[in-house]
Design a protein around this ligand. Structure first.
Ligand code: ADP
Ligand code: ZN
Length: 614
């Protein structure tokens, strides 16, 4: 165990294992099969990379995406671990070279695509001294999973040919059916199943509803300004929205690009590459984006529209903060999204399942209890405490007797013969002078203008609540008109009261003097150091600039040099000797030797200390 811990520090720079990592590794070292379920960013890779270093011979890693393989291999090499990949995109001579090195025993980890496994099973693979086989994204083998890949089903061949070699299958998404399916399809031999918590405490959770497109854009610009120089993804339901958003954001000097399946492969690759190398900060994308990238310093994810299920949502926000540093997520949700998603669900092959999934997603959006509790309970985890890192925990709902508001709204619905939708209702309540309103004579009804004291946004919020509470319902089949329910009628006639939750203007719209602060109170990303900034702020900025310079010089993504998490630790610890620097999270032997001096020198410079000796 001690030896494993030393290897963890030496090669990866971490002093402790995360929950379950040590157990999984020990299990693998006993040559037993395992199925590992951990959330994205949970630390699955180390579960097979460390045994790969420890064991004699070579470890095969099956991975579905070439970009992901490349990223992993580069990361390993940067930590001094001999690794290579083999896939069909490589030229014959490149493949030959890699095979030669593997046969000579010079490679510890070989990443190989599933289709190559079959092709190499007769000649090349049997010539290797294979000590472990890791199957990443193992849910791809199952029809039940959300990402079935036919090539994966051929992987059963591995157990047939190499029956003595332990196999570890890893995935971030697997319900019970998929789990069983993975075990059967891969012919795992009596595997132990390791399920880690799906909690990602470093991700903050916020949901905002009822904003129209313009308001959302305004709010996103504000959000990005508070996350200056940070990488983020905005997920949109529609391709056209990704392009519209990227353009809008560019008008605000935000470096943004669009990504969707309708773009040419070159354009998509360019967008991805620019993002990985921090040449653009923001990718506005459909859900087609993200699978193949391992970028660990994505600091935020915004959903421009509501996702269709909690699984999708969790996977998408999970792309933020893989390095463990604090990251923010924001989801916009509106009735119109819901209407579109309902339609998708109804047209899908599995109407009932998909409607139920959508229902759960909606409930998550509309909850007034800790959101993380809802998420985790969805994944079958019980949680005892509120998280303190979601919008509900941060701004607990304030309730008030809203009976009069409900009566005003419901009375307007009744007086218009239940022929209107949400927007018209608000216009009537606020006494708007709109043509389509006066044409219908709605300005003559008694409730016209009865709610002038509230803003449009406030009314929208309260009407949502009325729908949620079951006073009103939406007639989806008839132009989404509002109908008063029997319960609503009771409130209307004063037979019962209605408790509403006070509308709170969201954070970004409250006046703020300074940009938002990151961990431990230092501003995460100032544009450039100015006199009045604290040492921590200046140091953070300087470290980031140094990292970027090194990354550019080596043509590698910045997070390969050091993660944001490592930089944060440097700001907190302020290492001024190489010995101190070795204690930083993510600093292993190679990185200490390669980058220790420049980073320590910079830290000493910022702290106005004499130069490093020697
Ligand atoms: P996954 O494959 O589960 O999505 P990764 O293996 O990419 O996650 O790990 C996510 C991040 O966590 C990486 O930056 C990794 O270096 C880091 N990490 C993994 N194990 C540890 C650990 N024991 N201590 C600190 N950081 C870790
Ligand atoms: Zn919470």
């Amino acid at each position: 165990m001690k030896e494993l811990q030393q290897l963890l520090k030496k090669f990866f720079g971490y002093s402790e294992f995360r929950p379950l990592q040590a157990e999984i590794i020990q299990h693998i070292l006993q040559k037993k099969d395992a199925l590992v379920l951990m959330p994205t960013g949970g630390g699955k890779s180390i579960c097979y990379q460390l045994p790969a270093i420890y064991l004699p011979g070579i470890t095969l890693v099956i991975s579905p995406l070439i970009a992901l393989m490349k990223d992993q291999v580069e990361g390993l090499i940067a930590n001094g671990i001999p690794a290579a990949s083999l896939n069909s995109m490589m030229s014959d001579s490149e493949q030959q070279q890699v095979k030669q090195l593997c046969i000579q025993g010079k490679i510890k980890l070989l990443y190989i695509s599933p289709e190559r496994v079959k092709a190499e099973a007769d000649w090349f693979l049997p010539r290797l001294d294979i000590s472990l086989i890791a199957i990443d994204e193992a849910h791809c083998v199952s029809h039940w999973g959300h990402d079935f890949r036919p090539e994966y089903t051929q992987l059963a061949i591995l157990k047939e040919r190499f029956s003595k070699v332990p196999v570890v299958a890893l995935t971030a998404t697997a319900d019970k059916v998929t789990r069983t399916d993975i075990i059967e399809q891969l012919r795992l031999d009596n595997p132990q199943v390791f399920i880690s918590s799906f909690d990602r405490p470093n991700l903050s959770l916020t949901v905002r509803r009822g904003l129209n497109k313009k308001e959302k854009i305004k709010s996103i610009v504000h959000f990005i300004r508070q996350h200056r120089d940070q990488s983020g993804i905005i997920y949109c339901m529609k391709r056209s929205d990704t392009e519209m958003l990227a353009e809008e954001l560019s008008l605000f000097q935000i470096k943004a690009t669009a990504y969707h399946a309708g773009l040419s492969p070159q354009k998509r690759e360019q967008a991805q590459d620019d993002f990985i190398h921090d040449r653009v900060d923001v990718v506005c994308a459909t859900v087609a984006f993200g699978m193949g990238i391992d970028k660990s310093n994505i600091r935020w994810v915004i959903h421009f529209n509501m996702p269709g299920s909690i699984e999708n949502y969790y996977q998408e926000i999970g792309r933020a903060g893989r390095d463990g540093a604090k990251s923010d997520t924001l989801l916009f949700y509106s009735m119109s999204d819901l209407i579109v998603l309902r339609q998708f669900a109804e047209e899908s092959g599995q109407v009932e399942i998909n409607l139920e999934k959508l229902n759960r997603m909606q409930r998550y959006c509309e909850t007034d209890i800790c959101r993380r509790r809802i998420l985790l309970s969805y994944f079958g985890e019980e949680v005892e405490k509120d998280c303190g890192n979601c919008d509900v925990c941060k701004n607990p709902p304030l309730r008030f007797d809203g009976s009069i508001l409900v009566q005003k709204a419901l009375s307007a619905v009744v007086r218009t013969q239940q022929q209107i939708g949400i927007e018209m209702l608000i216009h009537i309540l606020r006494g708007a002078a709109r043509a389509e309103l006066t044409e219908k004579g709605y300005h003559l009804i008694k409730t016209y203008g009865a709610g002038r004291d509230l803003s449009y946004v406030e009314w929208k919020e309260y009407i949502y609540q009325m729908i949620q509470l079951g006073f009103l319902e939406i007639d989806y089949a008839h132009a989404n008109r509002l109908k008063v329910t029997p319960l609503g009628t009771k409130v209307l006639y004063g037979k019962t009261t209605a408790q509403l939750t006070k509308y709170m203007p969201p954070e970004p719209e409250k006046k703020k003097t300074k940009a938002s602060t990151g961990k431990k109170g230092f501003k995460a990303q100032p544009i450039r150091p100015i006199e009045s900034e604290s040492v921590d702020e200046v140091l953070w900025d300087a470290l980031k600039q140094l990292r970027k310079q090194l990354a550019d010089r080596e043509s590698r993504p910045a997070y390969h040099i050091f993660t944001d998490d490592s930089l944060e630790d440097m700001v907190a610890q302020k290492p001024i000797t190489l010995g101190d620097f070795n204690q930083i999270r993510g600093v292993g032997q190679i990185k200490l030797e390669k980058y220790g001096r420049v980073f320590v020198s910079l830290i000493r410079f910022v702290l106005k200390l004499p130069k490093l000796e020697g």
